[in-house]
Structures are given as C-alpha cells and as structure tokens.
Ligand binder design. Sequence first.
Ligand SMILES: Nc1ncnc2c1ncn2[C@@H]1O[C@H](COP(=O)(O)OP(=O)(O)OP(=O)(O)O)[C@@H](O)[C@H]1O
Length: 122
Amino acid sequence: MAVARSENDSSFKLFNCYKVENLTETILETDRISNFKDRYVLGDQLGWGQFGIIRECSDKLTGEVLACKSISKNRLVTDEDVRSIKLEIEIMTRLSGHPNVVDLKDVYEEEDYVQQVMEFIN
Ligand SMILES: Nc1ncnc2c1ncn2[C@@H]1O[C@H](COP(=O)(O)OP(=O)(O)OP(=O)(O)O)[C@@H](O)[C@H]1O
C-alpha cells in the first residue's frame, strides 16, 4: 500500500483505503467505495487491542490467511483517539515492505468499524 501527499492537502491519501457506500461522516480520507465482506472473511479471535478486536481473516480472492484489526468507532471518543488510529495506519503504510514490520494490506471504513487487514504473524 502506498501513500501520497497532494500539494494543497496536508492529509495523506491511502491507496488501498476504501469506504462503504453512503457513509456520511468518515475518519479516513478516501473516495474509493468497496465492501470489506466482499473480499474478506473473518475467523478466530487472535487478541484484543485498545480500540478493538484482532481476528484471523482470509482473502476470498487469493486464499491468503491474514489478520484483521476491527477498530470499533464507538471507542474512538476523543480527537486524540482518532488521530492515533490515523497515525498508526499512516506509519504502518509507510513502513510496509520492511522485513521487521507487519505489512498493512487494506483498510476499509464501515459504519461502525475500521477494518485494518494486515499480514498474519505466527
Ligand atoms: N498481525 C497479527 N497477526 C497475528 N496476531 C496479531 C496481529 N496483530 C495483533 N495480533 C494479536 O492481537 C494482540 C493485540 O494486538 P496489538 O497489540 O497490535 O493491538 P493494539 O490495538 O496495538 O493494542 P494497544 O493499542 O492496546 O497496545 C497481539 O498481542 C496479538 O496476539
């Protein structure tokens, strides 16, 4: 996944970032419409984070086993919470491809969750 910063815009555009159709208020900046469930299936729970649950996730297209952090938007109470999620996504995006860093594959913003699809670490 790659990021770009446009000249007149200080925000980062995430190329593999999607949102569901008809989402009025969004956290992430993307115009790309796609449904997480059309591409991925969630499986067993792997752990818990501050803002949500991490589960196994398989790619319907490739069969690849991945991990998905489902960030509950309800838990993002303060502006700082929202900023920290965006920053985490931005940092993971920038560092994707590094051998010691988990690859971030796709990010989907839904009505209630931000689905962060990443490499599965055994
Ligand atoms: N890519 C992954 N592959 C396999 N398991 C994972 C992956 N990411 C997270 N996990 C599991 O989920 C647990 C919680 O993940 P993680 O610490 O990344 O969440 P977090 O949201 O960053 O937590 P916090 O913000 O509360 O520190 C991990 O300890 C691990 O067991």
